[in-house]
Design a protein around this ligand. Structure first.
Ligand SMILES: *[C@@H]1O[C@H](CO)[C@@H](O)[C@H](O)[C@H]1NC(C)=O
Length: 490
């Protein structure tokens, strides 16, 4: 016999159960809202921490180290896209990036220029933009030398429609983002830690930029970019190191570097071989010979000589350690180097790899070229030209060249670059330095005896142009007096 179902009991039980469910869900709600509150608080704290680390005035400890400041800009690049611009990844940021990278001529290229706020980077970006190519800049604005000069170059680029993203080449996420937004056809990779003597004080910064940074860029180009870009990058004449056969040819020995700077650039050439071999990246290395000109680098000898002579300070001039030959450099004017860079870009073949890092379809182009001036000039002549242009006699302090990485003599054989892309340097040192000094006195707003003597109208113009707060006293770079001498870097 079956019992009739006790309905009253079941209903009670059901009511009790549903009561329990309600109580539980209210508790759950309370618990989860508490969790939400805690998470919000934590996120706010993390944000505050980020802002604290990102703002320069609050992170003064890392100010003088390019290594430290690149970390700082790595942090800030996650939040900002540069001075006063939209956040990285935002809609307006992407619009700026696309606009800057879009070619304005049929068949024009789209070039990512790293180190765009640097000396060579600025000039190349302007030249590319001027002829109708798309250009996007990338720079970490580190403080190896006066960052205000880099900011001034950035605003010059901005006026000509070149947007510079503030970020580090070691920031793989940023690089991936850039290649996701723009199908760059070419990369002009000029970002690097430069300077020969500074390597003894901050060796890690050379490994960080010139080795790790280069690898980060090549990884993105090989595996993430679609299409794979062709890459032209800055090696250095310093790779010739202890080579004594003159003039330096691309076929000469480069396995005896004399500085860590040179060693990291030589490492770059070997790394380029690897990425060319495995992933089919088209790679062209350019060995620059002492590039100089307007908007140049303050750590270079011609720049610091000019500054010190104007301030009445003594300059240190090196004589070769062996004594029988004067220290000389193959000074190469920036306009000639720009022509060389554009020639290398124009003759760069397409990469042959498969985007995503798959097998290459065939061998890709791998090249290296000297970009020099074919006529080495002794330092004494350099100083004499600057003295003449300024109308001031230099106080010279001649010392033997220390064995700290600089080589006494550089002279380029540029016949390979001439054959392959018509490279033909046309500016002699006197004409090039005239253009540099003209820029220098305008930029820093200086009156020189020479400019006062020539025309009064030109000195009036000088005052007006340079009146933007660029006093020469503000131009102090981070280098000590040991670098106010002949620098052979890039
Ligand atoms: C310059 O280099 C080329 C090869 O690129 C070579 O044929 C030529 O002999 C070199 N010139 C000198 C003066 O060494």
């Amino acid at each position: 016999m079956a019992f009739p179902p006790d309905t009253s009991k079941t209903t009670k039980l059901e009511r009790y159960n549903s009561y329990l469910r309600r109580v539980n869900s209210t508790k759950l709600l309370a618990a989860s809202s508490k969790l939400l509150f805690r998470a919000t608080l934590l996120a706010a704290l993390i944000l505050i921490l980020f802002f604290t680390l990102s703002y320069p005035p609050l992170s003064a400890s890392s100010h003088n180290s390019p290594y430290g400041s690149s970390h700082r800009s790595l942090l800030s690049s996650a939040l900002y896209g540069g001075a006063g611009s939209a956040a990285v990844g935002g809609a307006s940021w992407e619009r700026q990036v696309r606009q800057s990278s879009t070619a304005r001529r049929p068949g024009g290229m789209s070039v990512l220029v790293t180190g765009a706020a640097g000396f060579v980077g600025t000039h190349c970006s302007l030249a590319l933009k001027k002829r109708g190519d798309g250009v996007l800049g990338l720079d970490n604005f580190n403080s190896y030398y006066d960052p205000s000069l880099k900011r001034a170059r950035q605003s010059l680029l901005g006026k000509h429609g070149v947007f510079v993203v503030e970020g580090d080449i070691n920031d793989a996420a940023l690089l991936a983002k850039l290649f996701d937004v723009v199908p760059f056809t070419h990369v002009l990779h000029l970002a690097a830690q430069a300077g020969v003597r500074y390597a003894m004080r901050n060796p890690q910064s050379y490994v960080h930029s010139n080795v790790a940074g280069f690898v980060a860029l090549l990884e993105t180009a090989a595996k993430r970019a679609d299409p794979q870009p062709s890459i032209v990058w800055a090696s250095s004449s310093s790779v010739y190191g202890l080579n004594e056969v003159n003039p330096f040819s691309e076929s000469h020995r480069t396995d005896r570097p004399a500085s860590l700077y040179a060693a990291t650039k030589k490492a770059g050439e070997e790394i380029a071989h690897v990425y060319n071999h495995i992933y089919g990246l088209s790679l062209t290395g350019l060995r620059f010979f002492t590039v100089y000109g307007p908007w140049g680098r303050p750590d270079m000898a011609y720049f610091s000589f000019t500054k010190d002579i104007l301030q009445g300070k003594p300059i240190t001039v090196f004589e070769a350690a062996d004594g029988d030959r004067e220290v000389a450099r193959d000074f190469t004017f920036i306009d000639d180097v720009v022509n060389g860079c554009l020639g290398a870009l124009d003759t760069a073949e397409k990469s042959t790899g498969t985007p995503g890092g798959g097998k290459k379809r065939g061998p890709a182009q791998l090249r290296v070229y000297n970009l020099g001036n074919k006529s080495p000039v002794p330092v004494s002549r350099l100083v004499a030209i600057i003295e003449g242009l300024l109308g001031i006699k230099a106080k010279k302090h001649v010392v033997r060249m220390p064995r700290n990485g600089d080589v006494p003599y550089t002279h380029a054989n540029v016949s390979l670059a001439q054959r392959d892309f018509g490279y033909r340097p046309t500016t002699d040192l006197a004409s090039g330095l005239r253009k540099f000094v003209k820029w220098y006195v305008e930029y820093y707003g200086i009156k020189t005896p020479a400019s006062t003597a020539s025309t009064t109208s030109s000195s009036a113009k000088t005052r007006k142009v340079g009146g933007g707060g660029h006093g020469i006293k503000d131009s102090t770079d981070t280098e000590d007096t040991g670098d106010s001498s002949l620098s052979s870097s890039a």
